[in-house]
Design a protein around this ligand. Sequence first.
Ligand code: NAD
Length: 256
Amino acid sequence: MFEPDLSMFSLVGKTALVTGANTGLGQGICVAFAQAGANVIGVARRSCAETAEKIAAFSGSFKEVIADLSDSGVIPHIVEEAEKAFGRVDILVNNAGIIKRCDAVDVTEEDWDAVIDLNERMVFFLSQTFAKKWIADGKGGKIINIASMLSYQGGIRVPAYTSSKSAVLGLTRALANEWASHNINVNAIAPGYMATNNTSNLRSDDQRSAEILGRIPAGRWGTPADVAGAAVFLASDAAAYVHGFTIAVDGGWLAR
Ligand code: NAD
């Protein structure tokens, strides 16, 4: 019988670092990477016990690093812990992100900075940290940024979030242009409306929830498992010639 060769999608022998690994999309990506054979380092502010448990269920390889990513001063600690656990990091997923819903006229500088620092500034400096290492050792690597529908659209009452996620799409292109020749693939995933903490306020607002659902061609909210395929693909050898692109995983939202 014909046996398909899926080895180009395998992450066996690779180490992946995923930020925001304790819940939601980051947790889904950690589980998918471990299922594809990677050693996974989950970075989060809070315990990743649930993620660790899901991965232990199939004897996958996972290590958590607790760090508050609102301050880039934590980067050396994260790198040290990651390398101590598994050696060279090959894949970086910039997933941690926050959203603050508020009328634009009421946004405070504090909230603006909190969103931009985590969703945009940290994405750049973590990427820079690993790219420096990958350029120095000549072995390349993969960066996957988590963008959003608000990388393409304006959104409602989330101006800092929209700014940060629009920046993520631009940064993905900008870094790909500089680093593709070093065998570093920088790409992004733009999730549509997914059932995670990030959208709990929207989903508990009956009117907004119905408006959103009615506009999603797939007719349902997405789940962390829905981003798994795109994440594994972009992290794998199968994506070797994919650079600077943002893949929407949105149930058809952008096609409307
Ligand atoms: P979530 O709120 O469940 O997850 C956010 C993650 O970021 C958590 O793991 C949290 O611990 C982590 N985080 C937040 N602040 C942090 C900090 N200071 N230091 C370290 N970690 C921190 O929501 P989610 O939907 O899983 O979000 C993951 C990513 O996906 C975010 O970048 C979000 O903007 C993006 N996204 C989500 C949706 C959606 O509909 N849920 C859509 C598009 C994009």
